[in-house]
Ligand binder design. Structure first.
Ligand code: NAP
Ligand code: GDD
Length: 339
């Protein structure tokens, strides 16, 4: 009998890679997509037969984390062995603008699924929650499973709520529920308004004379960037370990947004010279002497997470997980696919 997995957030970056991984492992994969006015399945179209609305082992269902009825209906229909909750309003900066919606989807959405699992009678469902390094906020690096959460955005606050709900359902109701505390991970499928994709897309468009300037925010925050392909692998390992538990998934290396820009621009063929300070700082292409990068305060956050470096020793020891992609390989992959 094939195992059945249900992925909330299947149309997102991670959901699409996870669906591919589980199909390769022989699962029957069900995914939940929300209703949108233009198609939102471009990341899974290659595995999804859009004419019949179902391929043999890959199925999509309309649902929404803010709609308990839809969650209940889908879980009952699919009768899954494993649920991966990757659905979220996942943009930190946007959570400052839509805090209530972000909390409803990310925090209460997770609770809604857990509550259905708690009362589910047909089988014991395993539950994976997409927790985030953003929860550490102000806590100094390196961060591990014991580091306290000091969230700096409603996105992070909503993820802390979800994180603790998972632990609570595990302890109070014996649900096989796990948190993957994933540090930033990117890929060619990354959303266009996250900084890595924005930098690579912007620089390539400037190179091809389709855009004149790349406008960024804070160049000095540091992130621990991995590849989404490596990270979905950890999700499966976390959920399929005998004892349900919580794990940090990271590379243990951190680079600033400026470092990332420098590495990517060199690979694309620019030699950037930085001039000025603060909002007046600019990146000048040494070959043409043109300013190709400038700063705008609209991309700054009211409160920033300054430095994330994940200590993934626990995942390495217990799950035998470690990242395969370096930052260089990640940037190469993103550039190659963008071209
Ligand atoms: P993403 O590309 O933004 O994907 C988010 C997914 O959630 C999309 O499929 C989106 O649907 C869906 N979604 C949003 N609101 C929904 C709602 N109300 N009901 C149902 N589905 C909804 O994010 P990602 O980068 O793949 O990240 C996956 C998860 O990991 C998220 O929970 C994120 O917060 C978390 N996380 C990400 C990172 C990272 O660096 N990527 C690190 C730590 C944790 P549409 O396609 O229709 O928008
Ligand atoms: N998005 C964006 N756009 N960020 C910028 C820009 C810009 O123009 N300029 C500078 N930054 C800085 C942000 O201030 C932040 O410090 C850093 O670049 C990374 O921003 P994002 O790529 O938007 O990612 P994030 O770290 O805020 O959040 C991502 O990682 C979290 C895990 O730590 C998201 O994927 C979250 O969903 C995830 O939980």
């Amino acid at each position: 009998m094939k195992k059945v997995a249900l992925i909330f957030g299947v149309t997102g970056q991670d959901g699409s890679y996870l669906a591919e991984l589980l199909l390769k492992k022989g699962y029957n994969v069900h995914g939940v997509k929300r209703r949108t006015s233009i198609p939102n399945t471009n990341r899974v179209d290659h595995i999804f037969d859009s004419i019949n609305f179902s391929s043999k082992y890959f199925h999509l269902h309309h649902g929404d984390l803010s709609d308990s009825g839809s969650l209940y209906r889908i879980i009952n229909k699919v009768n899954p062995d494993e649920i991966y909750n990757l659905a979220a309003q996942s943009h930190v900066k946007i959570s400052f603008q839509i805090p209530e919606y972000t909390s409803d989807v990310n925090a209460l959405g997770t609770l809604r699924i857990l509550e259905i699992i708690r009362h589910y009678k047909r089988k014991k469902i395993k539950f994976y929650q997409a927790s985030s390094s953003e929860m550490y906020g102000k806590s100094k690096p390196p961060q591990n499973e014991k580091t306290i959460f000091q969230p700096r955005s409603i996105y992070a606050v909503s993820k802390v709520f979800a994180y603790h709900s998972v632990v609570h359902y595990r302890e109070a109701y014996n649900v096989h529920a796990c948190n993957g505390i994933l540090f930033n991970h990117e890929s060619p499928r990354r959303g266009v308004n996250f900084v890595t994709k924005k930098i690579i897309q912007g620089l390539l468009r400037i190179k091809n004379k389709k855009q004149k300037i790349l406008v960024l925010g804070n160049l000095y925050s540091k992130r621990d960037w991995g590849h989404a392909r490596d990270y979905v692998d950890s999700m499966w390992k976390i959920l399929n370990n005998k004892k349900p538990d919580d794990y940090v998934i990271a590379t243990n290396k951190s680079y600033s947004v400026k470092d990332f820009t420098d590495i990517a621009s060199k690979k694309i063929g620019f030699k950037i010279k930085w001039k000025g300070k603060g909002l007046k700082e600019v990146g000048v292409d040494s070959t043409t002497n043109k300013t190709i990068i400038r700063i705008d305060k609209k991309y700054f956050r009211e409160t920033e997470v300054d430095n994330l470096i994940g200590d993934f020793k626990k995942a390495k020891k217990i799950l035998n997980w470690k990242p395969k992609f370096s930052l260089n390989n990640l940037i190469d992959d993103m550039i190659k696919n963008e071209i």
